[in-house]
Design a protein around this ligand. Structure first.
Ligand SMILES: [Zn+2]
Length: 315
């Protein structure tokens, strides 16, 4: 290696340049053999190195340490690369801010609420969340199909009424991410796979019922599609609640102790107190979107046909 090159500085420069690169020529689609540059802002690598003030003697060594983060191709000094848009850089900045400001706070709150499940409001972050709930993104759901699943129990045929939330006076209702033990809420998933994966760890059969959600307003939307570009306009706390995994801590289904539910359930309690009728959220087990309704009108949600058996195959 060139003696004028300091290996620590070299590593820093490689990190700095890598951070900007999103794609290379190889990643771009082709139309009749011609490359069409659509992914990342097309930039000549040497220009990028100069823009980032990487000293010239380091250019070659830095380039040797670069690979495309999307396809793994080695990058060369004379090549073009795709770099982040201003919006992507802004999102990165937002994520950094979120981790700096909230990661430890959420960890602390998790241990606090695990110890004192009913005293979330005594914690500083609990108070902040409580005050934030009325400002969280809200939606109205109209004329959408949602799914609900139940386990297959021997040869018993299920009827539509069996797929509605059970009556806690008659049946034991277990705790869930957005309900306390015994509280009956209406959990739904946006697709058949998503409904089944909430019940089964392995491939198997479930009963499914489709529902037409005719209208449900006052829903807090903490969900996002996997491919969706995050909304940087959201304030930092709402941004993290929606796009980070703080509300998606996975539980072990067979475990008797599920403290991972306590923060989302705290939010559910806050939401109910403010008069919301539900929360739309990302599943912790699949890419599917889930919905929990705390209250619903029977005419607002109608079954579509009758329950059917669905063969769930785990991805
Ligand atoms: Zn590439």
């Amino acid at each position: 290696m060139n003696t004028s090159i300091n290996s620590d500085r070299l590593d820093e420069y490689i990190d700095q340049v890598s951070y900007e690169i999103t794609h290379c020529l190889n990643c771009q689609p082709r139309d009749s053999g011609e490359w069409i540059w659509v992914l990342g802002i097309r930039t000549y690598l040497q220009d990028l190195l100069n823009d980032l003030d990487i000293p010239e003697p380091y250019h070659e060594a830095v380039t040797k340490g670069l690979t495309c983060p999307h396809c793994g191709t080695n990058i060369e000094l004379e090549s073009d690369v795709g770099i982040k848009t201003d919006y992507e850089s802004y999102i990165d900045f937002k994520w950094k801010e979120w981790y700096q400001k909230y990661q430890d706070k959420f960890e602390e709150f998790f241990y606090f609420i695990k110890k004192y499940p009913y005293l979330g409001l005594q914690h500083k972050l609990g108070k902040q969340i409580f005050e934030k709930v009325p400002e969280l993104p809200k939606i109205i759901i109209e004329k959408e199909t949602w799914f609900r699943a139940r386990k297959v129990n021997g040869s018993k045929l299920l009827r539509t009424e069996d797929l509605y939330p059970a009556d806690p006076e008659k049946v034991e209702i277990g705790e869930g991410r957005y309900n306390h033990f015994g509280q009956n809420v209406f959990y739904l998933a946006k697709d058949d796979y998503g409904a089944a994966v909430e019940l089964l760890d392995e491939s198997g059969l479930v009963w499914l019922q489709k529902f037409n959600l005719i209208k449900s307003d006052k829903i807090i939307d903490l969900s996002h599609e996997i491919s969706e570009e995050p909304n940087a306009e959201l304030d930092l706390l709402s941004f993290g609640l929606r796009y980070s995994k703080v509300l998606e801590r996975r539980v072990k289904r067979s475990a008797g102790w599920k403290p991972e539910y306590f923060i989302p359930r705290f939010i559910a309690d806050c939401a109910k107190l403010y008069g919301y009728s539900g929360v739309k959220f990302n599943s912790s087990r699949s890419c599917s979107l889930n919905l929990v309704l705390f209250s619903w009108e029977s005419e607002g949600i109608q079954p579509i046909e009758t329950p059917y058996i669905y063969k769930f195959e785990k991805n």
